[in-house]
Design a protein around this ligand. Structure first.
Ligand SMILES: *Cc1c(COP(=O)(O)O)cnc(C)c1O
Length: 415
């Protein structure tokens, strides 16, 4: 056997695990809001010869020869993103969402500088200044949250913290927030204290591209995002910014933080940006939101407490306190029924983060299979049945069979 033989020959163990993961992604309902099915064309680009090329630097100014094709790939990715989102500049080299955010800190802050972001317990991301993250350890991070009465972003708290601490950066955007983000309101607060507003649209970049969520462009001078969530591209990151911030951002990514860009990923971002300009994508993004609304309504109809009473985007947060089921128990029972979600803290949670009160759901992957509101109604009914009886193995087994049958009617793209 040659080491250059195909995967099934050189490593049957890994080959087998990938086959099984393909089957899992085909046969189960994937409701984790940060996940999706990347386009088949994106997967092709990620596994291509672009993987083999080093290209430190930027197009036209590389530290290696042989960039005849790579510059073209990176320029297409940049130009398409600039056109799609209507921004001056795009950097497509961040390895993922977290490194993109770290590059933003590095572009504008010194260690110890004040920054302001949404707290993790309210739905913010680790990288927005949470204490266990480098963003909370290396910077003087203050955290805003949501209001106790309606669980919406507390803009009075954002404004007062901003005034008190004069942060260099104000982060908006979230990882577990089911409502529209008011970028204009954040921009006003940032302007009042001379902070740069950074909109992290990792979860919603596909919705923003399609126009089903308001755009931060014109409000936030810097926009960061992953490329693999609602955007359906490869695992990667991007930073979009005003011309004034171009130099600082580019320098922070390379040579500040990273070495060579992942060129297969860059090609995948270019492909996803092209596809995000199509009518088919707009229909897809609208379906994500319609599905989320239908699923939230069905769950509420089944007596599930949905945080903020609904969803404007792709994401639903459920508080299972009134159902007397911990989030982890519910998530594990749902997984046995073929419905995959993640347990999650809810705002003002009285339980511990590793054993919280809620579950977090999202519709991007189901919408990518073509499932619509009618299917979400069915899914919501199954979920309610499992949440009401997480130990009822007979019901869970019956639902698991029905889930597989539904999945067979809606092929999973690319797996
Ligand atoms: C997912 C996410 C990130 C981090 O992305 P990774 O690719 O997992 O590093 C950053 N910010 C927000 C808001 C996210 O949802």
């Amino acid at each position: 056997m040659s080491n250059d033989a195909e995967l099934s020959t050189v490593d049957p163990e890994i080959f087998d695990l990938i086959q099984k993961e393909d089957a899992r992604q085909r046969d189960k309902l994937r409701l984790i809001p940060s996940e999706n099915y990347a386009y088949p064309a994106v997967m092709e680009a990620c596994g291509s010869s672009l993987n083999n090329k080093y290209s430190e630097g930027y197009a036209g100014r590389r530290y290696y020869e042989g960039q005849q094709n790579i510059d073209g790939v990176e320029n297409l990715a940049k130009e398409r993103l600039q056109q799609l989102f209507g921004v001056d500049h795009a950097n497509v080299q961040p390895y993922s969402g977290s490194p993109a955010n770290l590059a933003v800190y590095f572009a504008f802050c010194k260690p110890g500088d004040p920054v302001l972001g949404m707290g993790l317990p309210s739905g913010g991301h680790l990288t927005h200044g949470w204490n266990v993250s480098i963003s909370g350890k290396f910077f003087d991070a203050k955290q805003y949250g949501v209001r106790k009465d309606d669980l919406l972003i507390d803009f009075d708290e954002v404004a007062s913290l901003a005034k008190e601490h004069s942060p260099k950066l104000i982060w908006c955007g979230a990882t577990a927030y089911p409502r529209v983000i008011d970028f204009a309101k954040f921009a006003q607060i940032a302007e009042d204290v001379g902070a740069i507003l950074v909109a992290d649209i990792s979860h919603i970049s596909g919705l923003v591209a399609a126009g089903v969520h308001p755009s931060p462009v014109g409000h936030a001078g810097v926009i960061s995002s992953t490329t693999h969530k609602t955007f359906r591209g490869p695992r990667g990151g991007m930073i979009l910014c005003d011309a004034a911030h171009k130099k600082a951002i580019d320098r922070a990514v390379f040579p500040g933080l990273q070495g060579g860009p992942h060129n297969g990923t860059t090609a995948g971002i270019a492909i996803a940006a092209k596809l995000a300009m199509t009518d088919e994508f707009k229909t897809y993004a609208q379906r994500i939101v319609d599905d989320s609304r239908a699923l939230a309504e069905t769950l509420m109809g089944g007596g599930v407490d949905v945080v903020t009473g609904g969803s404007d985007n792709h994401l639903i947060l459920c508080d299972l306190t009134s159902k007397n089921v911990p989030g982890k128990v519910a998530a594990q029972a749902l997984d046995r029924a073929g419905i995959v979600c993640n347990y999650n803290s809810v705002p003002f949670d009285t339980r511990k983060p590793f054993d919280p009160s809620g579950i977090r759901l999202g519709t991007p992957a189901m919408a990518a299979r073509g499932m619509g509101p009618a299917e979400m109604k069915q899914v919501g009914q199954w979920m309610t049945a499992v949440i009401d009886a997480p130990d009822d193995d007979a019901t869970i087994e019956r639902i698991a069979g029905e889930v597989t049958a539904l999945c067979q009617q809606f092929p999973a793209p690319g797996v």
